[in-house]
Design a binder for this molecule. Structure first.
Ligand code: FES
Ligand SMILES: [Fe+2]
Length: 361
């Protein structure tokens, strides 16, 4: 959620399948589970009568920012309130104009540990917009560790029509320098090639032959717990997406276009570039094609091939680095020594599900 969208009125959101209410108290954002334990009314229907509290709309049970019920207004000031009359509270921070919530167990790590520098750095100028996709989080993130699809799926888009785009390529997958994700880079194949028994592919248009002097180059990075970045090397220009699962079938994205600019002239040029080009060529056409693929995909049995080195690399990376998994590993160790039970959430593709990261709401 954008910070500017959270005002006096509480706002209901769903994140990782949890119903959460966001509200402001003394200007700060707070988040509680959005279900009154009395008789199940969403707390988002309520309002604040007292500083740093939220009262349920039905009978006035009143919760403080830690989620503890501190008053039952209909029962009077002498009402005895049991300790268990409480709701979960989620750690919240506001940075870069967005509200970030920690959905995991235990103490929340510092925002800087999970949120990419690009989004926090005061050196960068950013334009962000929010879009929800009707797709599970995993195929979406895997769309971005599979950048080779751009050479085929996005080939005809305005951004790629005027550059030299090879017909095929390979992918180099490495860990990012900070170890928090995977870095993806093209290894160029031929511009066109003869396919035995089929003919030549791709047929290069006259327009591309005339205009396509510049090679299509970019770097991509994908980080836990769902940040995808595409960088155009010469431009110091970044397209960054934060993906937060709403539930099993929906994912929220904050698309950010970012550039390091200095001075008013560069700032105006960047804004002009965004509104005249990126706002439709990237955000609508290019990401629209990705959305179309992710929302159409039957995400089940697969036959992975050589173009999937990024997907495989990411799955291995996520399996080894998801914070929940690390905790599971520690618990597993404890289990071995007989002190405590360990648990592991893993799906059939071997990638780990983890909620122990900060998410943009
Ligand atoms: S349902 Fe919330 S106070 Fe009764
Ligand atoms: Fe794409």
């Amino acid at each position: 959620m954008f910070s500017k969208d959270l005002r006096a009125k509480p706002v209901a959101e769903r994140l990782l399948g949890d119903d959460v209410v966001f509200f402001r108290a003394n200007g700060r954002a707070f988040a509680l589970a959005n279900r009154c334990p009395h008789r199940g009314t969403p707390l988002s229907l309520g309002k604040s009568h007292f500083p740093r509290t939220l009262s349920c709309a039905y009978h006035g049970w009143t919760f403080d920012v830690t989620g503890q019920c501190v008053g039952a207004l209909l029962e009077g000031p002498d009402a005895v309130i049991p300790r268990k009359a409480r709701v979960r509270s989620y750690p919240v921070e506001e940075r870069a104009g967005l509200i970030w919530v920690y959905m995991g167990e235990g103490d929340a790590p510092p925002v800087e540990e999970d949120v990419p520098e690009l989004l926090l750095s005061p050196e960068m100028t950013r334009i962000t917009k929010r879009v929800d996709w009707k797709s599970n989080w995993r195929p979406i993130v895997e769309n971005f560790v599979d950048p080779l699809h751009a050479l085929y799926l996005h080939r005809g888009t305005p951004l790629m029509s005027s550059v030299r785009v090879p017909g095929s390529a390979k992918l180099r997958v490495t860990k990012t320098a900070d170890g928090k994700g995977v870095h993806l880079e093209y290894l160029y194949g031929p511009m066109e090639a003869e396919y035995p028994g089929l003919g030549k592919y791709p047929r290069i248009s006259v327009l591309r032959r005339l205009l396509g002097r510049k090679e299509y180059r970019f770097y991509a990075e994908v980080r836990m717990p769902g940040y995808t970045t595409v960088k155009l090397p010469e431009e110091d220009l970044f397209f960054l997406q934060c993906w937060a699962p709403i539930d099993e079938n929906r994912t929220r994205n904050f698309y950010t276009t970012a550039k390091g600019v200095s001075g008013l002239r560069q700032l105006l040029l960047f804004r002009l570039f965004y509104f005249l080009i990126a706002s439709w060529a990237t955000d609508i056409i290019l990401l629209g094609q990705d959305q179309w693929m992710c929302e159409s995909q039957d995400y089940g049995e697969e036959q992975l091939s050589s173009t999937d080195v990024g997907v495989i690399g990411w799955r291995n990376f996520a399996r080894q680095n998801a914070r929940g998994r690390l905790q599971d590993r520690v618990q597993g160790e404890r289990l071995k020594t007989g002190s405590e039970n360990g648990s592991r959430k893993e799906n059939e593709n071997g990638a780990c599900e983890s909620s122990s990261h900060r998410r943009a709401t």
